[in-house]
Design a binder for this molecule. Structure first.
Ligand code: SF4
Ligand code: SF4
Length: 70
């Protein structure tokens, strides 16, 4: 079992232009922008559980990403 990131779509403000998690995630193509819903989405199979996305999202006070066990 390990932890992967999960975006709470209601809290994500990607529709206002936020791309912090996408910019900071060290894994290529791991966090993507759902261009229809305008929300960040995690590709779980690529997530390494580093929590950097949680740190930057929380630092911006959006608090939209949590780690979940898989
Ligand atoms: S940093 Fe947080 S609010 Fe910004 S796009 Fe990522 S999940 Fe959404
Ligand atoms: S936990 Fe790390 S690897 Fe996973 S989505 Fe967040 S920044 Fe990317």
């Amino acid at each position: 079992m390990y932890n992967v990131a999960e975006v709470n779509a209601e809290a994500c403000v990607a529709q206002k232009g936020c791309r912090l998690c996408i910019m900071y995630c060290p894994e290529a193509n791991c966090i993507q922008l759902d261009t229809q819903k305008m929300k960040a989405v995690i590709v779980e199979s690529r997530c390494k559980g580093c929590e950097l996305c949680v740190v930057v999202c929380d630092a911006a006070k959006h608090n939209a990403i949590t780690m979940v066990a898989r």
